[in-house]
Design a binder for this molecule. Sequence first.
Ligand code: ADP
Length: 484
Amino acid sequence: MITLNKPALFRQQCYIDGQWIDADGGAVLPVTNPATGETIGSIPKMGADETRRAIAAANASWGAWRSKPAKERAGILRKWFELMLANTDDLARIMTVEQGKPLAEAKGEVAYAASYLEWFAEEAKRAYGDTIPGPAGDRRIVVIKEPVGVCAAITPWNFPAAMITRKAGAALAAGCPIVVKPATQTPYSALALAALAEEAGVPRGVFSVVTGSAAAIGGEMTSNPIVRKLTFTGSTEIGKLLMQQCAGTVKKTSMELGGNAPFIVFDDADLDAAVEGALASKYRNTGQTCVCANRLYVQDGVYDQFAEKLVAAVNKLKVGNGLEGGVTQGPLIDANAVAKIEEHIADAVAKGGKVIAGGKRHALGQTFFEPTVVRDASAEMLVAKEETFGPLAPLFRFHSDEEVIGLANDTEFGLASYFYTRDIGRVWRVSEGLEYGMVGINTGIISNEAAPFGGVKQSGIGREGSRHGLDDYMVTKYLCMGGI
Ligand code: ADP
């Protein structure tokens, strides 16, 4: 159980077609608090049948939802946004208990997640089309935007609320219903959002949450011809599988997949600002974000100084249960996450890296891990190629702009990238040289609802947030008006 101001936000049933229900056979899955190892509660273990019903309910709700004036849909989204803010403390507490992130970060995520509902409530009214001068005198060309149709979303555990609202906010604004499958580790944030959606007046069927078997739910979402769009945030491996599964019914897809973010510090950078940015980018959510700096490239002339300053800052981070005051680093999500960071550190050390901060499991036990810095990293190491998804900062040395752009781009991923410099010419050259969907220049934090979030290469397709985020849930219809 979780103690809340509004106990009705802690739901152990799914929300389908406006009803709170159990799995058909009553099967459940336990949900664990990663900071304590204790069971928080259970969730229904649903599969294809329940998912099919949620999709049918979404389809039944679609006509009335899309026909509402955008202003009305916007009003409901706005109400949902306000309810999220009004219940910030409870939503944050649920998130910290199921996910592990420090309470302050969880509150930050609630505000961030809610901002997508606010943004798309506003954008709903701006689904503009075009009028185009035609090639013949007796014809006019008009282009209108329409909702793509029933959407399905599969979301990860690292941002249990925001990864849902930036999909659902856009879908609902565009006039689409959506069925969400949250990560099995963090279902309670999703179910609390459903409770608030209900309170906000989202009509039955328009927003449903189905928990349970990922393969069974995902299989139905990707094969059911009623579903017109699948939106996914998670690993590149599962994203590729889902794209293949969607091919059978040619669904529109948005894929927000893995990254391998370079974080570049040039000789002329403000080093204190770069350290602050590196801390934010690397250690936020204990290194478990898809935009986390994964490879820190530091120019030769400032390498030692930067390493020293970064270690001093990292040693001040406080590891512990996210509910405790002052904690900045919660536990990792599970034992596999600990195994991966241990593997990356052991591999780096075997290939000449030196651990200069942290390096091992934390004395607190569970999945707590010491914030770690490794110097003398090189391109042969695993950490140069794979996303660690944990609190490990490897420091690579470089000499020239061309060299570091080549190194930064030497990956199949292309989500976020960062660099620090004060030279305006270099800002443009490097920004244009980096093959990434997002570039942070003299900042380690880039995500917000007004900006288009997304990747290139194998980091995904589509954009979330901004006006482009609405477009991803719409289709273009061309009206050719003749006989004029
Ligand atoms: P992570 O490594 O971050 O957990 P995953 O890609 O495994 O990333 O998980 C992201 C989301 O995808 C979660 O909701 C998970 O349950 C879901 N998922 C995992 N495997 C499948 C699958 N075979 N089909 C559909 N969804 C899946």
